[in-house]
Design a protein around this ligand. Structure first.
Ligand code: SF4
Length: 371
């Protein structure tokens, strides 16, 4: 049976696993064992689940799979960032980035293969949308990265933070994304709780509202990158569908759901000579003021150069001046240090050329990561 025809158990909730195993006449506790095997022990083969009867392991190997992604290549940056290029069983690219810092690990994962949204400063846009990733493909990215960094099932010494900022617009794949985050939050599994997760959207307004209503919702980041409709229409065509005023009204709805002490984020990619002037910083602060948005911070992301894009990074002094202007108007602003630029893992660079510093995997490593 082809991999794609077998059930991918990594994307199943505990309830679905119980139903699936019930078909083999297995009791409920078997579902809990398989769930722990997949998510807590991060096993990539049913044969390793030695707490299951041998006959069941063989049945599972026949009819199901724990893994559908293949690691095609891995790139390691001088700063420790690791970029993974994977393929789905039907040959679509998936990119995932591991970003270590002193006290925590962050995994930036993809929600779609390619993207439909055509942001002008983003390389993934050049691919167009190939397809939505399944729930299992989203979860498996995280398992694959943790197994690569800490060994199969190895202890993770730091907490793991997740950011849905890889390829794709997460809110265009809302249901699969939310189900994946629920599976990953299970304390008998990966145990990555919602407040360790940030979902980044370009501003799919109805989905921001729906997200606001979730009981256990992750953090939100909204990619803005322009203070006026005229400029944003050009940089991020989604703005033609929902104007800045619509987006800010949805952001206000979200802000009302914040708990005491919480804030949410606007991301602003700084493009040299395009959206980085003092005047534009003032307009940005004015937009926030107009909509009464106070519990926000702005992450300033200097553009990462890529040959295929017409933009260039802003001058360091310009970035500082932009930040100071926002702060002088009462808006918290932070400059994000680019990570993994040398391996094209930085924001907006995914889908850039693949040949930089590849770490070729041996056949056994590839097999380990694949199944
Ligand atoms: S920035 Fe995000 S939403 Fe825009 S094209 Fe790139 S991947 Fe898609």
């Amino acid at each position: 049976m082809f991999v794609s025809e077998r059930k991918h158990l990594t994307g199943m909730s505990r309830g679905e696993l119980a139903e699936f195993l019930n078909e083999f006449g297995e009791p409920r506790y078997r579902a809990d064992q398989v769930f722990r095997g997949l998510h807590q022990r991060r096993l990539q083969s049913f044969q390793e689940m030695t707490d299951l009867p041998k006959a069941l392991r063989e049945q599972l190997c026949e009819s199901a799979t724990p893994s559908v992604l293949t690691v095609e290549s891995k790139y390691v940056s001088e700063d420790g960032t690791r970029r993974f290029l994977m393929n789905t069983a039907d040959g679509n690219p998936v990119e995932t980035v591991f970003i270590p810092t002193e006290n925590r690990d962050t995994i930036c994962f993809s929600s779609q293969s390619g993207c439909a949204l055509k942001c002008d400063f983003c390389l993934t846009a050049k691919l167009g949308l190939l397809r939505n990733l399944t729930t299992g493909e989203i979860v498996e990215q995280i398992i694959t990265v943790l197994n690569d960094v800490y060994g199969p099932g190895g202890e993770t010494p730091h907490g793991t933070n997740l950011v849905a900022m890889g390829a794709g617009e997460p809110f265009m794949n809302f249901d699969n994304l939310i189900k994946a985050l629920e599976i990953m939050s299970d304390d008998d599994g990966l145990f990555i709780v919602p407040n360790r997760v940030t979902v980044s959207t370009v501003g799919i307004v109805p989905k921001i509202i729906e997200f606001s209503k979730l009981q256990r919702r992750p953090n939100l980041a909204i990619s803005l990158s322009a203070p006026t409709d005229e400029l944003r229409d050009r940089l991020m065509p989604i703005n033609k569908r929902w104007k800045i005023d619509d987006l800010m009204a949805a952001a206000k709805t979200f802000e009302r759901t914040l708990k005491p002490g919480e804030r949410f984020t606007f991301e602003y990619v700084l493009l040299g000579g395009v959206n980085d002037s003092i005047e534009q910083a003032r307009k940005l602060a004015a937009v926030l003021r107009k909509h009464g948005l106070h519990r926000v911070k702005i992450n300033l992301i200097p553009h990462n150069p890529a040959e295929q894009l017409d933009y260039h990074p802003p001058e360091i002094d310009t970035v500082e001046a932009f930040k100071r202007t926002l702060e002088s108007l009462g808006v918290s602003a932070y400059v994000r240090t680019p990570r993994g630029r040398d391996i094209f893992a930085a924001c907006g660079q995914l889908a850039a050329k693949h040949e930089a510093n590849p770490v070729k995997l041996t056949t056994s490593e590839t097999a380990e990561l694949t199944l």
